[in-house]
Design a protein around this ligand. Structure first.
Ligand code: AMP
Ligand code: MG
Length: 403
């Protein structure tokens, strides 16, 4: 069996040929899996966590046949019934119904034995103790069968399922009080660059505020990862090396932005012994560096904020999801028509920042520069234009990843 580190290096060693985003995704998807242990957490603390064991129902839900509306329950076949009593939610009618009998019934109440149909109260006529049910009502109407939602023994969610409010509601409907989930993936996050200042500090000439760290931390935390924000590293190989090695010891992954291209001041590469550059055929997005430090995965994102965000959304987030126990999650997208014309280089994919008009068509949200984070923040999504497209015409449809 490969150790965690060997598995990472085997996956990341993609050679230096140009990779399409699809090839890159496939490589990650087929070679990586959970790198975290599991724990049991109460339902109330499980939001955003990832199931480590399939959730198998010990119950039928609903547990008994019941009424879908307020009205009258009876055995289908007659026009008039004698009202024999009442069934409310939590207070069943205690006897089987006799021939020609109906009960007044409220939504969610068990349907008494002998009844197979429920008529809505608005459609019925009452005369003393007799109810007349609507002609033409089908047998079985307004009748919820035991187990129609969930069957006892059924696997409802598989391992890898993310737990949102709806999934937690289902778990509660099964009577669960706690769930087996993966421990959150621990990510150490750094920015790198001598030009970076922290918001709140004065800007010296030639400095810019560090925007990547705030943005990346927010994306990662929204995915349920446990992020340690370790600040800004200088453009100095020994300090970068020491800081990354220290961080790797207590984390499952170490993430940096900037300092990984081939400029003179790119010291991150020198600090990561097992490092692989992925040359991705995509705009914006290059370069993306992947590797390992000790047993931790290393992710080196580009410095330009738009490129960092795009790489994170399209490849790195799904990759960290895999390490954290989720299955491969393709970024969700919808098909939208382009509302513009554009020539494009073939052989590379483009992620265009677009806004949706009232006509439902996508138009460029602004200029393309990968330093222009504001344009991306004002966009509704990234229009995902494939490698083989040479020109976009109005009306051509492409997937759009919602931002
Ligand atoms: P580099 O990859 O180090 O050459 O950086 C590319 C560009 O991204 C430069 O213009 C950097 O100033 C900018 N950049 C790098 N890191 C950050 C950051 N954390 N926040 C904002 N801009 C950054
Ligand atoms: Mg730099």
């Amino acid at each position: 069996m490969l150790s965690g580190m060997e598995r990472l290096n085997d996956c990341f060693a993609a050679g230096d040929r140009l990779l399409t985003v699809g090839e890159a995704a496939e490589r990650l998807r087929t070679r990586l899996g959970p790198a975290v242990g599991r724990e049991r957490v109460p339902l109330a603390e499980a939001r955003g966590r990832i199931l480590a064991e399939p959730l198998v129902s010990g119950l039928d839900v609903p547990g008994y046949d019941n009424a879908a509306v307020d009205g009258y329950a009876f055995a289908h076949g007659r026009a008039h019934y004698r009202i024999a009593g009442r069934a409310a939610a939590g207070r069943p009618f205690p006897h089987p119904l006799g021939p020609g009998e109906a009960v007044r019934i409220l939504t969610g109440a068990p349907v008494p034995e002998g009844a197979d149909t429920v008529a809505m109260q608005e459609d019925c006529e009452l005369d003393g103790e007799t109810v007349t049910v609507p002609a033409g009502l089908k047998a079985g109407a307004n009748y919820r069968m035991a187990g129609e939602n969930i069957r006892r023994g059924e696997a409802i969610f598989g391992a890898g399922q993310r737990l949102g409010p709806l999934q937690l509601g289902v778990a509660a409907s099964l009577g669960e009080t706690a769930l087996d989930v993966f421990r959150p993936l621990r990510v150490a996050l750094f920015s790198t660059g001598d030009e970076l200042a922290r918001p709140g500090e004065p800007l010296a000439p030639g400095q810019v505020y560090d925007s990547n760290r705030t943005m990346l931390r927010a994306f990662l935390e929204a995915d349920g990862l446990a992020v340690t924000d370790l600040g800004i590293l200088p453009d100095d190989a020994p300090s970068v090396k020491a800081a990354l090695a220290g961080a790797a010891a207590g984390h499952d992954a170490v993430m940096t932005s900037a300092g990984i291209s081939t400029g003179d001041e790119d010291h991150v590469a020198a600090a990561v012994p097992a490092l692989h550059f992925w040359r991705l055929a995509v705009k914006p997005g290059r370069p993306l560096a992947l590797g390992s430090i000790g047993n931790a995965a290393f992710v080196g994102l580009p410095g330009n904020p738009v490129a960092a965000a795009a790489c994170l959304l399209m490849l790195v987030r799904p990759m960290l999801g895999l390490l954290g126990g989720a299955g491969w999650e393709t970024p969700p997208s919808v098909l939208v028509p382009a509302g513009f014309a554009m020539k494009k280089k073939t052989g590379r994919r483009e992620w265009l920042r677009v806004r949706l008009g009232e006509d439902g068509a996508a138009r460029k949200a602004g200029p393309d520069g990968s330093a222009l984070l504001r344009v991306m923040a004002e966009a509704d999504g990234l229009l995902d234009v494939p490698e083989d497209v040479a020109a976009i015409a109005p009306g051509d449809r492409f997937p759009m990843l919602r931002l």
